[in-house]
Design a protein around this ligand. Sequence first.
Ligand SMILES: [Fe+2]
Ligand SMILES: [Fe+2]
Length: 305
Amino acid sequence: METTDALVKRRLELFVQHVDDVPPLPQIAMRVLEMLESPSASATDLERVILSEQTLAMKILRMANSAFFGLPRSVASLRDAIVFLGFRKVSSIVVGLATFDLFGARRAEETDLFRARLWRHSMLCATCSRRLAESRHDGPPEQAFMIGLLHDIGETILERYARDQFAEVIRLYEETGCPIMDAEAKVLGFNHAELAGALCENWGIPDALTIPIRFHHSPMDAPEEARAAALLCHVANGMAYGLCLEVTEEGPRYVPAEGLTQLPYTDQRAVLALGLDMPRLLLLMEEAGRAALEQESLFRNASAP
Ligand SMILES: [Fe+2]
Ligand SMILES: [Fe+2]
């Protein structure tokens, strides 16, 4: 008799085979992710990869010159953009643009609220992840940003490739209040985090990203070497859910929900393990919320046709 783990694994394998036409992240994003793992990769290598797609190079230049990055002078070449912004930041821009396309976020803005909402949630989680990592000085903030961008990729794939089952998941969730992870397990036999982990592994995405994504809802179970990153993504996900869009005196921005005393959908052990408390989290959420909208429009504008 198969164990539950083996059953989940087999169901996942079947699903991944069934959707083997799922387009992975574009080749360029995959090469950039590989380069992040390689100690010998240089700015010249990154430049060469990006220049193989002229439109991407143009988008990056457009972003580098936006007020968001506040560079001391405008940059005219991709090389300058990499020098001023840094290898990792430019890499995370490439992955961010790829995710924007993968989520079909542009079309979704007009036609599909679910996809648009998921893209905004991922961008918000990525921004919170980066802010958390910066504040803790214990891992590369841009890596945390990329994990945040990709953490719910399993939901995108389910929504696109298992429409009927996913509709059933949403129905269960809405009608019974059953947590989305449980609804997924009931209908599909696995959840979106497990699916994302299997897909990222298939696509050859480095373990440093794949494992935290796989464990973003169960960070305490993550293997030791990836636990810190999984905890960070889990807490950032709760921070993203705890932020709401509001019109303030400074204009629209994300602010912590009023009267928030605990992060939604968050295991308190993860908060404790990171040595955080609510006052500190609220402060970090304020800071991330301030940057998030600007960041959203940055990617939207850069992806404009
Ligand atoms: Fe998730
Ligand atoms: Fe999420």
